[in-house]
Design a protein around this ligand. Sequence first.
Ligand SMILES: [Zn+2]
Length: 324
Amino acid sequence: MTSVFFSPKLSPTRGREERKPLARVRKRAWGEGISRSFTCRCVQVLAGAVLSISGALAQEPPTVAASIVPLQLIAAAVTDGVSKPLLALGAGQDPHDISLRPSERRTLAEADLVLWIGPALELPLVDILKGETDRLLTAQDIDTLLLLPAGRNVDPHLWLSLGNAEKIAQALAARLSQRDPAHAARYVENQARFAATLSAVRVEARQRLEALPPKAWAVYHHAFRYIEAEWQLPPALALTDGNGNMAGLRTLLGLRQDMQHAGLACLVAEPGVETAKVRSLLDMPQMQVQVVDIMGVQQTRDASAYARLYIALIDAIVDCAAQR
Ligand SMILES: [Zn+2]
């Protein structure tokens, strides 16, 4: 497969680790040069301390903590070569049903910038992050973002709109450039490169969907509204709603009928979903369950990870549609 997402990286990553020793050497040189001209030892110590503090402030890029993996992947594209974004809500957290561990509270408290979806998804964070406007980038509040309704709420899976991903990256690059002018050029350059990657993703996704457009399709968890909207796919039949709540018995019976009518033999599901349970709920023993890493937890957190995540989802939809 010759695709931009699987080819080796064109530009070498100038990591934070690589630059650190250089910065440290330079800092020491400044301190020594100035301290020689002072005779009083107290002044010397004080000057050294002030210099090392201001040096650290100038050199350490702000730490970004993303609430969930898909946002971490977008952030990784923006901070590429400057810093590595942290993940606030660790493995095993269901973003629709968060219960915060102490280490996760600490990550949220210590980050210079927290990138999260907003109350539509991480409701328990609302109280914790209240009043922290300077430290927060709330995706669902970004201007001109596409927000689709899910019942009476906003569908929180908004990172699955390519346009939204681009706007989130833009907003993040702008905020980081303000906070960290020393790396502003790099953030802006990274963001432009991410936008170009998204254009390539759009082309690639269109090709794959046009080859086999799904007429009807089914998912375990209804996380795909933004993909449906982007590609004018028919609404997926879903076993659970956008918040991960299982359909009631009557809905389930209707669903089973719809799936049989549509001749569906495959359903897209996230890792951890029990295939046997799905088959028995639907009373469709032959049902294929196409597992895909919806949250991207298996992805290496590099600048093209979001692109790989998106294409993997498109592939899962297409592969499922091929099984009839
Ligand atoms: Zn979800």
